[in-house]
Design a protein around this ligand. Structure first.
Ligand SMILES: Nc1nc2c(ncn2[C@@H]2O[C@H](COP(=O)(O)OP(=O)(O)OP(=O)(O)O)[C@@H](O)[C@H]2O)c(=O)[nH]1
Ligand SMILES: [Mg+2]
Length: 637
């Protein structure tokens, strides 16, 4: 079963709706007011099975200049356009405007129908055809079939049907590896079923029972039913008209312009970077911060345009812009949009989205270069640019889904390729950082450590937390992953919670070395009844801060051991004492504070901290007021 969506376009009263009715037997005008006034106000729908397994969904649009916004809501997802021109009137203003819109939206193909052929003499018909061919020159419809038809007599309808069938046959099947998106064009309720939304599936596919979200509102729902052209189906795919019955959401909560997609995937945004083409017949240049009507999918929202290449954009020129929206939209790169001037309401241009999560625009060469990359690079380069953009925080796959146009499978393949080429690093599961970003962080880390070592020559290293702060408060998991990577590359050394530059060692001056030797000797001599630091320093005639730093070095070097706050033992007598205690325990099973006082000849002041330290070191375990050997204590430890 193939589905192709055809849209009408053309000036008011040129016979679009009549043509759809003649072709399909379905009147696309469904509103009472439309029937009464004989004009189309809002988009209407019909369908036609043209060949075995090929169905055309038809979106009929209004021609009235006041309803161009409705036309824009209908024409977004179409595969081919049927430009309708009345033979008795020829090209008129909305013929031009609708064609320009189709061109801006890059509708890939179409044909032209000269309707009301019954009202024109053959010679006149020839002249109009000539005229229309001239009008189409240089547009995507140059050389497209041009078919005289009368909806009244039926003349030309079989030929039109054949031409549509041929064109529809050329429409390539859409890839389904894409994030499901359906810009909503209608919302209504059906008694007994609840809320139904309709639209043309822009990308991906949706199946029954799946959970969905209505963006940008953040309302979640479950898919209770799907229909295409009035028939229930198990799934809707890109390029199909679909009506989706949603469970768990009120009709009033949704409106045209919202987008149906998968839950928690897309990111509503108020800023978009894009290319912008100003139509050749736009009435004036685009000025900085000009307020325009921005149309994307089925949404219209006011926006200001910030020009990124220069002070103005002349009619006929294409440039780079940032759109600042007055309401949130969800969109992805590669989506096309149209802008209309605020007043008069005429279409003036449009373009392609390049970045849906840009930072605020500053006009700079680097920014334009980046946008050029996003615009013109192959997928690998585009993905790389996005990962480069996020900087040191890195980016997870889910976030990449929200900011690129790649489907899950393509994204995975591209990421693997970037990792294989070492242009991107994995810092955690599904979390990526660009190699150049990592390199910049490495340089910054080295500089921070070098400065630290210069400032604190007596410290073995900088605390990890301090380094992380120096690096701009990197995301912790990214920081730790990079640290491990830098350590593996021999750039730096991580020692417990301290980091130092590879090759850094504390080098003492002869005076400092002398100080260190004297402190060490003092504590070794004191054995298991050591002085407090202040007592030791006072005795040795040393001044506080530098003696403190040197003591810390002795601790880092495991020559002194901190038993508790302010109490240090020299490692050698401590080791001997531990051996004695363990011996005692092996013979006597338990040791009390009194026992250890007797065994080592020390006072309670040392005995209690020592026992507690033995517990923390997992030699012993406390049972009541006694200690016993902890199971698994290495003998002779
Ligand atoms: N003689 C003749 N009249 C036609 C033909 N097609 C349409 N008409 C008449 O032209 C008028 C407008 O036709 P519609 O089909 O409503 O035109 P439309 O393009 O849909 O108009 P909007 O949707 O308002 O833009 C109606 O009165 C139709 O009866 C045709 O082939 N021959
Ligand atoms: Mg109509």
């Amino acid at each position: 079963m193939r589905h192709v969506v055809v849209g009408t376009a053309g000036h008011i009263d040129h016979g679009k709706s009549s043509l759809v009715l003649a072709l399909t037997g379905i009147d696309p005008d469904r509103l009472k007011e439309e029937k009464e006034r004989g004009i189309t106000i809002d988009i209407g729908f019909a369908h036609l099975e043209v060949a075995d397994g090929l169905t055309l969904g038809i979106v009929d649009v209004p021609g009235h200049e006041r309803f161009v916004r409705n036309m824009l809501a209908g024409v977004g997802g179409i595969d081919l356009v049927m430009l309708v021109i009345a033979a008795d009137e020829g090209v008129m203003p909305q013929t031009r405007e609708h064609l320009a819109i189709c061109q801006l939206l890059r509708i890939p193909r179409g044909l032209v129908v000269l309707t009301k052929a019954d009202l024109a003499e053959p010679e006149w018909l020839e002249l109009v055809q000539e005229d229309v061919r001239g009008f189409l020159r240089g547009t995507f419809l140059e050389g497209a079939p041009l078919l005289p038809v009368s909806a009244k007599t039926g003349a030309g309808l079989p030929a039109l049907r054949d031409a549509l069938t041929t064109l529809a046959g050329d429409v390539p099947a859409r890839g389904l590896d894409a994030t499901f998106r359906l810009p909503i064009d209608r919302v209504f309720t059906i008694r007994g079923f609840g809320t139904v939304v309709t639209g043309t599936v822009a990308a991906g596919q949706l199946a029954l029972e799946e959970r969905v979200e209505v963006y940008p509102r953040g309302i979640q729902a479950k898919v209770r039913g799907i229909q295409t052209h009035g028939r229930p189906v198990p799934a809707a795919v890109a390029g199909q008209r679909a009506a989706v019955n949603l469970q768990g959401v009120e009709r009033a909560a949704i409106e045209r312009g919202d987008v149906l997609s998968l839950p928690e995937l897309l990111q509503p945004t108020y800023m978009l970077d894009a290319t912008c083409e100003l139509l050749r017949d736009a009435p004036a240049p685009l000025r900085p911060r000009q307020r325009v009507r921005f149309h994307i999918g089925t949404r219209e929202v006011m926006a200001r345009i910030h020009l990124l290449d220069g002070p103005e954009l002349e009619p006929g020129q294409t440039g780079h812009v940032q759109l600042r929206l007055e309401g949130p939209v969800v969109a992805l790169p590669r989506d096309r949009y149209v802008i209309r001037s605020y007043s008069p309401m005429v279409t003036i241009g449009g373009g392609e989205l390049l970045d849906v999560v840009p930072d605020k625009a500053r006009r700079s060469a680097a920014r334009v270069a980046r946008l050029r990359t996003l615009e013109a690079s192959p997928p690998l380069g585009v993905l790389e640019a996005h990962i480069q953009q996020v900087g040191g925080g890195g980016v997870r796959v889910a976030a990449l889904r929200a900011r690129t146009s790649f489907g899950p499978a393509a994204l995975r393949t591209l990421l693997q390729e970037l990792v294989a080429q070492e242009r991107v690093l994995i810092v955690d599961r599904e979390w990526y950082v660009h190699a150049e970003t990592a390199e910049r962080i490495r340089q910054a880390a080295e500089a921070a450590l070098a400065a630290f070592h210069a400032r604190e020559p007596l410290k073995a290293g900088m605390s990890k937390e301090e380094l992380r702060t120096r690096l701009g408060g990197l995301e912790e998991r990214v920081f730790l992953a990079l640290l491990e990577r830098f350590a593996g590359a021999g750039v730096l050394v991580v020692d417990r919670d301290k980091v130092r530059q590879a090759g850094h060692a504390v080098r003492l001056t002869p005076t400092q070395q002398g100080m260190s030797d004297r402190i060490e000797a003092e504590f070794r001599a004191a054995g298991v009844a050591p002085p407090s630091l202040d007592e030791a320093f006072a005795k040795l005639g040393l001044d506080g801060p530098s003696a403190q730093a040197i003591t810390q070095l002795l601790v880092d070097g495991r020559r002194l051991v901190r038993i508790r706050e302010g109490l240090y033992f020299h490692a050698e007598p401590l080791q001997a004492a531990v051996a004695q205690v363990l011996d005692f325990l092996r013979q006597r099973q338990a040791i009390t504070p009194q026992d250890i006082k007797d065994l080592l000849g020390i006072s309670r002041k040392y005995a209690i901290p020592l026992l507690e330290w033995l517990d923390t070191q997992r030699f012993t375990i406390r049972v009541g007021d006694k200690r016993v050997l902890r199971e698994g204590t290495p003998s002779g430890a």
